[in-house]
Design a protein around this ligand. Sequence first.
Ligand code: GAL
Length: 675
Amino acid sequence: MTQPPPILQTLGTQMLFGGDYNPEQWSEDRWQEDVLHMKEAGVNLVSVAIFGWAKLEPRDGQYEFDWLDRVLNLLHEHDIMVNLATGTASPPAWLVKQHPEMLPMTRDGVRLGFGSRQHYSPASPIYREKAAKLVRKLAERYGKHPAVKMWHINNEYGCHISECFSPETTAAFRNWLKNRYTTLEELNRVWGTAFWSQAYYNWDEIEAPKAMPGFYNPTHYLDWRRFSSTMMQECLQMEIDILREVTPHLPVNTNFLSVAKNLDQRALAQLEDIVSMDIYPDPERKDAHLEAALQADWTRSLRDGQPWILMEQAPNQVQWRGVNRIKKAGQMRLISYSMIARGARGILYFQWRQSVSGSEKYHSGMLPHTGTCSRTWQEIRQLGQELKNLPELSYAPQTQVAIVLDWDSWQALEQESHPHTGLSLIGQIASFYQALSRRNIRVDFVTSEHDLSLYPLVFLPSTPLLTKASCQNLKKYVEDGGTLVHSYFSGITNEHDHIHTGTEQGSYNPHLNEVLGIKILEFDPQAPSTVLHLDHGWKASDWVDVLRLNTATPVATLQGGDHAGQPALTCNLYGKGHAYHLGVQLDQNSMQEFTDQLLSQCGLSAPLDVPEGVEVIGWKDGTLFILNPTSETHTIALPESMTSLLSGQATTSLLLPPMDVAVLQPQTQPSPVLL
Ligand code: GAL
C-alpha cells in the first residue's frame, strides 16, 4: 500500500479502533479496569479529555494536569494510543461567569445559558484567548508524551451553535464585511440594497440577520452564513497554528458531524492532516446503512479520496432522537465494514464506558451499563479482534460517478422568498445516491470547480448559485465526452446570488443553455400534493421547468396537467458528451429507471453481480467488500478464487447470512492473511 503521509505515520498502519474515553467521569479505581477491557476489545486509540476543560483549568490560569498525566501514562503502559483533545468545546463555568458576553445569542436575541456544552460564540475574543492558552499548555505538556499520537481539536464545530447574533459577533461581522468589500458602496451594490430602502451609509448600521419583520436580504444572509462558517474555521486555524508551532510532529484533526449545511467542511478539511466524521444513522430506517454510506463517501471526498477516520458512531442506541431504537444484531459491524470499504482507516465510537449520570446516560457505550454480558460488548469485542487481524489495506475505493455539492449554493438554495421553499439538496442527492447504490455504483462528491474528467457521469442537483467559471468547467466536461445530469433550478445566479447577466436574452441558465441545448423560459413550482405524470409511466413532483428546445431532444414528456406535452427531461449532444436537463423532481422509481439508462449509456456496472440489496464495493487493488443488509441469506458466486480476510479461507463462492460481511482479495494479492 502507499505509505501514509509522514505526519500520519504516528498512527501506524493498523486499523484504528477505540472511542471517546472520559475518565474524568469515573473514580480512578475504574481506570485500571478500563484499560484491561480496552485491551480485551482490541482498542488501540482513544480520544481523551474532549470535555476536560473544567477539570484541566478549575480556576482561571490554574492548571491541573496530574490526573491527565496518570491517565496517559496508564494508557501508554498498555500500548493504547491517545488522540488528545484540546478540550475547547465546553468552556468552564468560571469563564462564562466572568465573561457572559461570550455566551451565544439566538436570532431572537436570547442569550443562551451555561449548563450544557458549546456555550460560546465562535467569534468571541475572550473565548479564543482562553482557548488558545489551554491549547498551548496542553501542547507544551503532552507534545512529547509517548502515548499522544494525534490532536483532537475542539469537538464537532457547529453541532449546537453555528451562528451567534450577539453584539460582539455583530462587530466581528462588520469587520469581516469591511475586509471583503472595502467600501460601503461595494457592499451596497453586492447586497442589492437599493431594494426596499436597505442602503447602508455607515458600517455600524449593519446588523446580523436577526429576527426581522419580513424577508431578509438574500445576499446579506448568504454572507452571514459564510461569515459564521469562517468564524469556526478561524477557531480551528487558531488551534492548528499553536499545535503546529509547538508539536509539528503530531497530526491535527477535528471531528465533523455528518454532511452539514452550517459549516463549510471542505474548507476546514483542507487545514487538517486527516479528516474524521461522526456518523449516526437511524436504526429505525430500513436504509440506515445507506444513510451512513452517503456520509462516508462525503467524508472521503472532503480531501479528495484520502483515507479518513470514523471518529464516532454509536455502539448501539443514541439518546437524542425522539425515539431511540437499538441497532439490530450485526448492524453495527456491517456499517463499520461499510465505512472501511469507503476508505475509513479507523472505527471509533462515542463513547468507551456508558455514563451513569449526565444527559448522555441513556446513550450506549462500548462498555455498557450491563457490562461484559451485554450484546453490545460482545459485538464490540468481536469486531475489535477481527480488525486487529486485518492486514494492511489500501483504502482506495473505485468510484465511477461524481455528485456536485457546492456549499455556497446550498446556502443559496434553501432560502425563504424563493419559487419553492421546500427544495432539499440532500433529498435530491439521496435520491440519486440511492439509485446508484442499488446498482452498486460508487460515488465521490465534488465541487463544480473540480476536474470532472475522471468521471464518466456527473450529477448536478439543484445548484442555483453557479459562477461563470463553474459553468465553463461543466461545459468543458461535456465537450470532452462527459455525461452531465443538470437539475432544475441550477445555474440561475452568480456568486452574490444575483440573477446571471445574460438571462435577459431569454433563458434562466444563460451560461449553460448552449451545452444543454435548451432555454429555460419559466419555472412552475408545484404544490406538495401534485403528482406529475410523464411518459414511460414515470412520476414526478415539486417543479416544472418551462423549456424551449434548441438542439436538445426530449427524453420524457409531461402527460396531462397544465404542462401536457412539454418536455420534462431532455438530452443534448454537445462536443463529445451528453448533457441532460431534468426539469422536474422524479420519484424514486422513475429516478431508478433514468439512472439505469444513464449507467447503461455510460457503460458503468458493478464490480460483481450480486442479489438485489447486497452491497459490493470494489477497490482499485481488487479488494472486494460484500455486505448483506437484507434479511435473507444469499449465495454469491465470485469470478475467481479469492481469499477472505476474515476467515482466512480461499473461496469461489460465499454464503452470506443477513447482516454478514465478507472482505476478499484476489489470490494474486501479496497481502498475507493474519489469522
Ligand atoms: C456527538 C458528540 C459526542 C456525543 C455524541 C452522542 O455529536 O460529538 O460528544 O454527544 O454525539 O451521540
